[in-house]
Design a protein around this ligand. Structure first.
Ligand SMILES: Cc1cc2nc3c(=O)[nH]c(=O)nc-3n(C[C@H](O)[C@H](O)[C@H](O)COP(=O)(O)O)c2cc1C
Length: 311
């Protein structure tokens, strides 16, 4: 089992690491911090707070090793970032469906993967994995494989008897697909075959597939949090991006396709991120529906109760 390393010559015995450890896996002994071999999941909180820089994590570099930008050395304290700019960035990231011909450099794609890994993960499992599809030509081949999957699915979906039988015995999934997507998929496949129009990846220059180990505690959440980091960082790096749920769905349902793209049997796909230089200029940020949160609070009868927030 891997364990943190505490440099006893550096350690001052202040005990801050003991307090912060979520697993209570550090004790003070003879005025020095000592790791105890239990439940440490190498979250690195002890390393981050140690005033003497006495804590080290095995096989975890302190830098991400980014190649396309300078990397900050210090943690940004809460409340010191320009939050308006942060929110503006979040609102300005849009799903881009129009890309220029410029390729996205490999260094940029690798940096995006590294940035993805700064996301939180359940019990710090970091059980995500990333597959880079580096060029437009590669994406076209992948698009062809996905198109074949939908061709097969459409053949099944256009059979009314099969839809009927499945509804009785196995749920209405195929019927729902037929009503909601069949026609638009027929059109998209026709465009793909006859005009070479890419309505799947929207002509993107590259993609990143994000997978997660099925055995992790929260693989979907981990992968999607990493995904959002990639989307935001991509925007800040000048890239447009779009999640492609149609490809995720195809890979989930077709084990052969999953295998062909190199996803292991113990992994599941969670997102496909199309990337490229945008050929569209968004002049205004995204608008969203108004949400009215509910407030969970102590009621007069001493029980917890929810109510709508009046604002
Ligand atoms: C899980 C998920 C799957 C998506 N799949 C697709 C897709 O297959 N094709 C596509 O063009 N957009 C896809 N989108 C993009 C959404 O349509 C888009 O996020 C939404 O319309 C909001 O627009 P915005 O991202 O520009 O703010 C997907 C988004 C999510 C979250």
């Amino acid at each position: 089992m891997q364990q943190i390393i505490i440099d006893t010559a550096q350690c001052t015995g202040c005990g801050i690491c003991v307090d912060i450890c979520p697993s209570r896996a550090i004790v003070l002994r003879d005025g020095r911090a000592v790791p105890v071999p239990k439940d440490c999941f190498l979250c690195g909180q002890c390393q981050a707070v140690c005033p003497a820089n006495a804590v080290h994590l095995p096989q975890r570099p302190v830098q991400l090793g980014l190649r396309t930008m300078e990397e900050g050395q210090t943690a940004v304290p809460p409340g010191t970032t320009n939050v308006s700019e942060l929110v503006a960035l979040m609102r300005s990231r849009r799903s881009c469906r129009k890309y220029g011909n410029q390729p996205v450099g490999m260094a940029m794609l690798e940096d995006l993967v590294k940035i993805g890994t700064t996301a939180p993960s359940g019990t710090n499992s970091q059980s995500w994995n990333f597959i880079i599809v580096p060029t437009r030509a590669d994406l076209q081949v992948l698009g062809g494989m996905v198109a074949d999957y939908y061709r097969k699915l459409n053949r099944l979906a256009e059979n009314p008897l099969l839809r009927f039988l499945l509804r009785i015995f196995g749920g209405d999934g195929l019927g729902h697909y037929y009503r909601r997507y069949y026609e638009s998929v027929v059109e998209a496949l026709r465009d793909w075959d006859e005009k070479g129009t890419d309505r799947l990846f929207h002509g993107a220059a590259a993609a990143i597939l994000v997978t997660g180990k099925k055995s992790a505690s929260c693989p979907a959440e981990d992968a999607l949090l990493a995904t959002q980091n990639i989307l935001l960082a991509g925007h800040a790096m000048g890239l447009g991006s779009c999640l492609i749920g149609f490809v995720v769905e195809a890979m989930r349902r077709d084990a052969a396709l999953q295998k062909r793209v190199g996803i292991a049997a113990d992994e599941e796909i969670h997102s496909v991120i199309a990337l490229g230089y945008p050929a569209v200029k968004y002049l205004r940020p995204a608008n969203r529906q108004i949400v009215v949160p509910r407030i969970l609070t102590l009621a007069e009868n001493g029980r917890m109760a929810t109510r709508l927030h009046k604002g």
